[in-house]
Design a protein. Structure first.
Ligand code: SAH
Length: 213
């Protein structure tokens, strides 16, 4: 581990300046060692506020984006969460600290296996992850109180809307290319009505149909 405390404090201060005010989210960022989720060659940069490459041409998201999307979900320990795009598993581990259980789907088996080793190393036990196509969600485990997507689809996948519980929240990047992507937050009220907010412009890797070879 390269759990550099000075760099970590600097990162937390930067996130606060950028508008992350939820103290549970900030303390999750403080407690989850990002260096464990970053490939060895980039480990000394783990606490910089930047996205970094992981295997299979994917990226571990920027800490600010992880914190921002987590904050949008307004989590607490009663919530059952679905995440699409496990990737490195860093966002999954943050969600796991703040919710009851996280179900996470990744289309690359090698990424999933590396992420699961990190969960084991950190003794995180409330994550269930599998290889699959996130466009289909996880019908056997639905409904979910919260859904977080970490790859950009062109449109909101209907299966995910269908698997959202009443009083539920989805946060996801949507948009055709990197110049037009935005984070959306979709809320379903007690009566089942949906409302949508278009928030931050972002640049995520694309959400791709089907499981990777
Ligand atoms: N939260 C991750 C982000 C990884 S990048 C992290 O911070 O490390 C987005 C991930 O979504 C990639 O690993 C990519 O393989 C995955 N992905 C893309 N399309 C998908 C799909 N249809 N189903 C499941 N995972 C998908």
């Amino acid at each position: 581990m390269n759990d550099n405390p000075a760099q970590k404090i600097r990162l937390i201060m930067e996130l606060r300046r950028q508008g992350i005010s939820n103290t549970d989210v900030l303390s999750a960022v403080e407690r989850v060692p990002r260096d464990v989720f970053v490939p060895p060659t980039f480990r000394d940069r783990a606490y910089e506020n930047i996205a970094l490459p992981i295997a299979s041409g994917q990226t571990i998201s920027q800490p600010y984006i992880v914190a921002y999307m987590t904050q949008l979900l307004n989590l607490d320990k009663r919530r059952k969460v679905l995440e699409i795009g496990t990737g490195s598993g860093y966002q999954t581990a943050i969600l796991a600290r703040l919710s009851r259980r996280v179900y996470s789907i990744e289309r690359y088996r090698n990424l999933l296996e590396t992420a699961e080793k990190a969960f084991e190393e950190l003794k995180i036990t409330n994550i269930t992850a599998r290889v699959g196509d996130g466009y289909k969600g996880w019908p056997e485990q639905a409904p979910f109180d919260r859904i977080l997507v970490t790859a950009a689809a062109e449109e909101v996948p209907q299966a995910l809307i269908d698997q959202l519980a009443p009083d539920g929240i989805i946060a996801l990047p949507v948009g055709r290319d990197s110049t037009s992507q935005h984070i959306l937050r979709i809320t379903r009220d007690e009566a089942g009505n949906l409302s949508e907010e278009v928030l931050l412009p972002v640049r995520f890797v694309p959400m791709v149909q089907g499981v990777a070879e």
